[in-house]
Structure formats: C-alpha cells, structure tokens
Design a protein around this ligand. Structure first.
Ligand SMILES: [Zn+2]
Length: 162
C-alpha cells in the first residue's frame, strides 16, 4: 500500500498527515524545508558561551583548591602559587556534553500541542530541526517539539499506528 492508500483508509492518519504537511509547508515558506530528527548542539544549550562559563568554573575551582591548600601557611609578602589549568577544547567539551545527555532529543511530557501537526493532545515530545533549503541565504534553522507520530515519520519515514 502506498502512502495515499494508507491515508485514505484511516481518517485519523489523514488528519495527522494534513496537519504535519501544513506545518512543514509553512516552515518551508520561511526557507526551512529539510526536516531531521534531533536538535543541533546550540539548541540544547551546548554553546560557546556555556563552554567559556564551564572553563571559568574549572579555573575558579582549581584556584580555590590551591588557595585553601596553602591558606594555612600564607605569610605576609608571599607570592601566589602558579596554577596550570588544562581546559578541554570546545570540541571535547561538546562531545562530553553529548555523551552525558544521550536522551537529550527526548524532550519529555508537554501539555501543549505538537508544533508541527498541532495535534492538541498532550504527550511526549521529541526534538526535530528544519534546516534551510539554501544555507547561504538562510544560515539558520528552526527547532520544533513534535509528537511521536511526527517524529517517527521524520526519523524513519514510518507512518503512525492507526
Ligand atoms: Zn505531530
């Protein structure tokens, strides 16, 4: 059975599919036409700003550790000790964040509609990204919290159960 035959057979599927494709169409009109499963690192908060904050904390903790260690015997006129900090690279930090959050694209339960098909039922939401048709012209992306039906279709091309 092809897609159309499936949809013709089930009113529920048909409503869902029309909702989803309408959502995709309005995104495509803004230049974001290519849907993929998951969100980019930045959408999960794995940004360069967060990385710098992380480095700041690492340096601060190390300093405090050293400072407390020698606090007992700091004397007037003493110099501070030298501290060597080895920071993870931005790439290493991002990889670590991804490893620490393997389920980050399962967004959990939401009480508001799927952002793509607008099915009004509350439920589990999953991360989906619409990428630009022309990255040179539209150098960004759109993120969506979608229902499991929409997510499954985008991730594997599978139709939902009826
Ligand atoms: Zn949906």
């Amino acid at each position: 059975m092809n897609l159309q035959e499936h949809l013709d057979e089930s009113p529920r599927l048909k409503t869902w599919y029309e909702g989803m494709t309408a959502g995709m169409k309005s995104s495509a009109e803004e230049g974001f036409s290519h849907f993929v499963s998951g969100w980019p690192d930045e959408a999960h908060g794995f940004t360069h700003g967060e990385y710098l904050e992380h480095c700041d904390e690492v340096a601060h903790d190390l300093f405090m550790e050293k400072f407390l260690e020698m606090n007992m015997d700091i004397h007037h006129g003493d110099d501070m000790p030298s501290i060597t900090v080895e920071f993870a690279t931005f790439k290493q930090w991002k990889e670590g964040m991804r490893e620490a959050n393997p389920d980050r694209d399962d967004l959990g339960f939401y009480n508001y509609p799927c952002e793509l098909c607008w099915s009004p039922l509350a439920g589990d939401r999953y991360a989906v990204t619409a990428l630009p048709r022309d990255p040179a012209k539209t150098p960004n992306y759109e993120t969506f919290r979608v229902c499991s039906d929409c997510h499954q279709f985008i991730a594997n091309g599978q139709l939902p159960e009826e």
